[in-house]
Design a protein around this ligand. Structure first.
Ligand code: RIB
Ligand code: CA
Length: 321
């Protein structure tokens, strides 16, 4: 091994999230991977449930992980223009129904999530911080509007959102994260930072089957037990809707992409967001077949090796308490 080899440094990330059981699993996967990922902070955004509740959920998840020094910042409590839309019908009234997690003893930091995004991106060396977006894109869009200079400093934005071959989930045309704040999504997919989209087309391949959930439960640790309780609660809506042998596990795909990108395939294409129509509000119009001359602005992922994904997830959750 050459002595001057640069030591492998973990990727620095900010997780923007609306926990949500699947968000929680994504946060835990990131916190379980300190050799590859350094979580600089978690910013919360109105989405699955209201901001106050999902921020409390984020604190609970950080405490569950044992990585209690991970800072949490509350962000925007509503979309840029739209009336808030939430998803208690999927995630339960608390947004994290399933496990009985104790009220958090840790607190949020005093800074607004948007200010934390800007401060961090302006202070850290350019092109070293990745933004992992697991909810509506309000915080990230507001940061880009507040401080345009961050766009060229962001290493990449990896977001769970959108859908093309799979259509939508909150409406026939739109996926929830994009639907809630389509104006924010429009700003993000057209910003100067590299954007990778992990759409329903991918996450609908990552099914948390009985066997896969049993493997997590079989770890016998508190985190595996909590995740099992979370996913066996949130799966009921999707199992009834899709009648598949497992519910799609959306947000952890973002973290898995950072850990093992070759688990995925995708292509650089143009994606635009519908903001004018009521019928197709929030639709991610993906020019996957290159039928327009619109410039490519997004790496749009298309497949995942779901067996590798759940093997990675289970192995990493085993590392937590
Ligand atoms: O459509 C799935 C996305 O919406 C996930 O991020 C889930 O947590 C919800 O926010
Ligand atoms: Ca989410």
């Amino acid at each position: 091994m050459p002595t001057d080899a640069q030591p492998h440094l973990p990727s620095k990330i900010i997780i923007d999230t609306d926990p949500g059981q699947d968000d929680a699993v994504a946060i835990l996967l990131a916190l379980a991977s300190p050799d590859e990922i350094e979580v600089l902070g978690i910013t919360t955004v109105a989405g699955n449930v209201g901001l106050k509740q999902n921020t409390k959920n984020a604190l609970k998840v950080v405490e569950l992980s044992g990585k209690t020094k991970t800072p949490v910042y509350a962000g925007c409590d509503r979309p840029i223009r739209r009336t808030p839309v939430t998803a208690e019908h999927v995630h339960g009234q608390s947004g994290l129904d399933g496990p009985d997690l104790p009220d958090p003893s840790i607190m949020t930091r005093d800074m607004h999530g948007v200010d934390f995004l800007i401060k961090t991106l302006m202070q850290e060396p350019a092109k070293t911080v990745t933004i992992c977006a697991l909810g509506p894109l309000t915080n990230i869009a507001m940061a880009l509007v507040r401080e345009p200079a961050i766009a060229s400093r962001i290493r990449q934005i990896v977001l769970m959102g959108g859908g093309y071959f799979e259509g939508g989930n909150i409406t026939p045309a739109a996926e929830f994260n994009i639907y809630v704040d389509p104006e924010a999504a429009d700003i993000v997919v057209n910003c100067a930072a590299p954007v990778t989209m992990i759409p329903l087309d991918v996450t609908h391949q990552a099914l948390a089957t009985r066997q896969r959930l049993a493997a997590i439960k079989g770890l016998g640790n508190r985190t595996g037990d909590a995740i099992h309780a979370m996913l066996t609660f949130s799966e009921r809506f999707d199992l009834e809707k899709y009648n598949w042998n497992g519910a799609p596990l959306h947000d952890p795909c973002v973290i898995a992409y950072l850990l093992q990108p070759d688990m995925f395939t995708g292509r650089r294409i143009n994606v635009e967001i519908e903001v004018a129509s009521d019928l197709t509000r929030g639709m991610s119009v993906a020019d996957f077949w290159g039928v327009t001359d619109r410039p490519a602005n997004v790496t749009f992922l298309r497949t995942i090796d779901s067996e590798r994904f759940f093997t990675l997830l289970t192995e990493r959750i085993a590392r937590l308490p």
